[in-house]
Design a protein around this ligand. Structure first.
Ligand SMILES: Nc1nc2c(c(=O)[nH]1)N[C@H]1C(S)=C(S)[C@@H](COP(=O)(O)O)O[C@H]1N2
Ligand SMILES: [Mo]
Length: 505
């Protein structure tokens, strides 16, 4: 009898089972996408593609807030936040489908389409990468229908477990597969980079690390990192090439071997980010290995009217450098393949990046660089220029106190105060310190390595017991002394003196 069947089957799914249908379908969809991404390109994984696209769509003020609030964890916060939102919506989709499969199914299709759109929008992903979100979409809808149909029966617990297990396997499989195809193995295959012309050895007294400054050369793992990439672009040397075009006599295209097999130069350079607040951490120094950008530009032959070297990363990020700075041999702008003797770490631009002494990173230091266009300022506007930052961005002369630490307590008497100063491409000539509102007094400077690097300093101050403030300021080789006027980082770098407070007893 028909009524007998309806009596043994409740009309609506239980809340928990309905929610589980949604969540497990989501898990299966994401895992399937991740598995396929492992075959084509790790960054085609729909979840990561959505996150990366979200970063590029984020309004500037929110991005600033995220970096200020979460620091370098901003990307992790985004990933976890997205995860929570997805879980809630997926559970909600399941619950909306307690009677009929349609409402939840529709939500899953919409999610799937967002993933497809995000992958399609990524400049670093090709058409084949679309396979990952498409498989996600199909698996998501299919699994949801299956689970939903079975959810009224007691046996459904088994299918729930099966789907959960399958999702975990697919996710792990994608991760492992991705590893065999990723850039890390390509980087390992390059081996150490040996320059034909090495940088002069760093003298022993180039830093005061024994007192508390950073070491002169920043180890690669400690080098500051700033970029818009949620996940590091995966570029293998054999897939990399650099196109040089625009206002040039002859367009060029270089493979990795073309660059790697030239006589490489090595230069010691301190990089600084325009987002570094007074006293901030976004500055580091390395021995960069590569070729002279001027050589490449000469070979291509810069045409009259050229103003800007517009560089594009594989992930679509762009920078614009004055051609005068990029082509000036005395400045020593580089297309770099290596950092401190190793191929560039993936986070720092493997296989190749630009490094141009004296200019903030956002106008000069494109990582994962694949395209150089010689053009005008009018024709092309780089990523941060479009978001309100300056066109011209030479690094401003700055100094920072590294010890004592702010709000530390130290023994009264002679207190050693020290830190770093930089004025890339001009050189630091003097650093002064001041206790409370006393007179300025000269700090002792470390041996200069070259004018494109930072210099360390310290001074011994007589300090009475009590609460004190100490301030520093640098003077560069042009005779300019850091202004006291405080300016924020937007649009072309912070100014002002760094000061810290401490207690002596
Ligand atoms: N592709 C790409 N390159 C980039 C960026 C980026 O967001 N994407 N950020 C730039 C900025 S703002 C700085 S300060 C330097 C930082 O380089 P690092 O992360 O190796 O220290 O890289 C530059 N190159
Ligand atoms: Mo930067």
């Amino acid at each position: 009898m028909a009524t007998a069947t309806t009596n043994t089957r409740p009309e609506r799914l239980s809340l928990v089972r309905a929610a589980l249908c949604g969540v497990l379908a989501l898990a299966a969809a994401l895992a399937a996408g991740h598995l396929v991404a492992g075959l084509v390109n790790g960054n085609a994984s729909p979840y990561l593609a959505v996150g990366n696209t979200a970063i590029d769509l984020t309004p500037l003020s929110l991005k600033d807030f995220a970096v200020r609030t979460f620091g370098t964890y901003d990307k992790l916060v985004l990933l976890v936040g997205m995860g929570i939102v997805l879980l809630v919506v997926a559970a909600g989709a399941g619950v909306a489908s307690r009677r009929s499969v349609w409402p939840g199914g529709l939500v899953i299709v919409l999610f799937g389409l967002v993933g497809v759109a995000a992958v399609a929008a990524r400049p670093d992903l090709n058409t084949a990468a679309l396979a990952a979100p498409l498989v996600s979409l199909v698996v998501g809808v299919g699994v949801f229908r299956l689970l939903h149909r079975g959810a009224r029966h007691d046996a459904s617990r088994r299918s729930f477990l099966l789907v959960a297990g399958g999702a975990v396997l697919a996710g792990v499989g994608g991760q492992l597969l991705g590893r065999t195809r990723d850039a890390a193995s390509s980087r390992a295959a390059v081996g150490p980079l040996v320059p034909a012309r090495t940088a002069p050895a760093i003298p022993l007294d180039a830093d005061f690390a024994r007192f508390g400054t950073p070491p002169f050369l920043t180890p690669n793992r400690d080098f500051y990192r700033v970029d818009t990439a949620l996940t590091v672009p995966q570029l293998r040397t054999e897939d990399w090439s650099l196109r040089l075009h625009g206002l040039v006599r002859a367009e060029e295209r270089y493979t990795y071997a073309d660059i790697h097999d030239r006589p490489l130069v090595e230069r010691t350079i301190t990089m600084t980010c325009v987002s570094n607040e007074v006293g901030g951490p976004y500055t580091s120094t390395a021995n960069f290995t590569g070729v002279d950008l001027a050589d490449l530009l000469d070979e291509a032959g810069i045409q009259p009217g050229a103003e800007q070297l517009f560089a594009t990363s594989v992930d679509g990020w762009t920078s614009g450098t004055p051609v005068t700075a990029a082509a000036d041999r005395t400045r020593g702008a580089m297309l770099a393949l290596g950092m401190n003797g190793e191929p560039l770490p993936l986070e720092h631009g493997f296989p190749a990046r630009l490094v141009i002494p004296g200019l903030y990173g956002y106008v000069s230091a494109t990582k994962w660089v694949v395209d150089l266009e010689v053009t005008t300022w009018q024709a092309r506007q780089a990523y941060w220029l479009r978001r309100g930052w300056a066109e011209q961005a030479p690094i401003k002369t700055q100094s920072r106190i590294d010890f004592p630490k702010g709000f530390a307590t130290v023994p009264a008497g002679t207190v050693r105060v020290g830190g770093i100063a930089w004025a890339q491409h001009t050189g630091v000539d003097r650093v002064e310190v001041r206790l409370d509102n006393g007179p300025w007094q000269d700090a002792r400077l470390s041996t200069e390595v070259n004018s494109d690097t930072w210099r360390m300093w310290y001074a011994d101050l007589p300090v009475s017991p009590g609460f004190h403030q100490v301030t520093c300021r640098a003077t560069d080789r042009s005779g300019y002394t850091q202004t006291q006027d405080r300016a924020g980082t937007v649009p072309d770098g912070a100014t002002g003196w760094h000061g810290i407070s401490f207690t002596a007893n």
